[in-house]
Write a protein that binds this ligand. Structure first.
Ligand SMILES: [Zn+2]
Length: 292
């Protein structure tokens, strides 16, 4: 550890701020190749466990709170990591009070200020306009963190952007800001788009180490009932729920598309859709609900 790093760590500890991760702890940056353009990182809890352990992560992009899920989490004492935007926090005061009343159950992490994809290379992802520039990504990440710190008095450690897809420069940038990128391994509700029974079945099949993603901001969609049913089924099976912040994790880049050939200029790149982008990118389902 360099003297400056040691000094900064000591300084941050002395003023009670969570120290940022050292750059060499980044989960993804060392695994990204220059050829990669867009990645949708996979994340699992590290190691093996018996009974099995999973991490439940729930996104609050915009919209409201889904009490079918929140009430079950509280009643059943099931811990969950919530990825919230500043936008969602501004309009869900009652839910915030519930979250604050159960700090042992809920870890609040960063889903950005305004639900903007951390992508510079493409103009849209799933139809949502991307950040486009490193400055916009920085504003999105810092805006989300500032609101969480203001309300919960804690600096988030994990970041998940609007679509769980990232351009690789954005991954390096966000990890350089001290975050771990929150991928997932089990998509429970596909952007709150699936029927309840399907969601319940998918979640109830979780394997050891799975990081489950679903949504807690769509009380009018059928999916939420399935999330509640699925997590209760897991608990009945003896599955242990863990918070991301408490667990070692392992990540893989999961490349969605690769970069343009090197002879193409940046200006050409910006005017073309990458030829190798997978059909997966044009599926209507989004990882996160794009309820704007
Ligand atoms: Zn979202």
């Amino acid at each position: 550890m360099s003297a400056i790093k040691f000094l900064l760590l000591g300084l941050s500890l002395s003023i009670g701020v969570t120290p940022v991760f050292a750059a060499d702890e980044a989960l993804l940056s060392p695994k990204i190749s220059q050829r990669h353009l867009i990645i949708e990182p996979q994340l699992n809890l590290a190691g093996k466990s018996n009974p099995i352990q999973v991490a439940l992560t729930l996104d609050a992009c915009s919209g409201d709170i889904d009490h079918r899920i929140l009430d079950v989490l509280v009643q059943e004492k099931i811990p969950a990591t919530l990825f919230v935007t500043a936008r969602w926090l501004r309009r869900n005061q009652a839910a915030i009070e519930v979250l604050k009343a159960h700090p042992d159950l809920f870890a609040i992490e960063n889903h950005g200020a305004e639900h903007v994809p951390a992508i510079t290379e493409l103009k849209t992802m799933y139809g949502i306009p991307t950040a486009g520039t490193p400055a916009a990504i920085e504003a999105e990440v810092k805006g989300g963190a500032a609101k969480i710190t203001e309300i919960f008095g804690r600096q988030p450690q994990w970041y998940r952007d609007a679509t769980a897809r990232y351009s690789t420069d954005a991954v390096r940038q966000i990890e350089g800001m001290g975050y771990k990128i929150a991928g997932y391994s089990l998509n429970g509700d596909r952007g709150a788009s699936l029927p309840a029974a399907t969601v319940a079945r998918r979640i109830s099949y979780a394997k050891d180490g799975d990081v489950i993603i679903s949504h807690i901001n769509q009380p009018k969609r059928a999916s939420g009932a399935g999330v509640a049913e699925g997590i209760v089924a897991l608990k009945k099976k003896g599955v242990q729920f863990r918070l991301l912040k408490d667990m070692p994790a392992r990540a893989a880049p999961n490349v969605v598309s690769e970069t343009m050939p090197h002879h193409e200029s940046i200006s050409q790149k910006s005017n073309k859709t990458p030829s190798k982008i997978s059909t997966k990118a044009t599926e209507p389902e989004t990882v996160t609900a794009p309820a704007q």
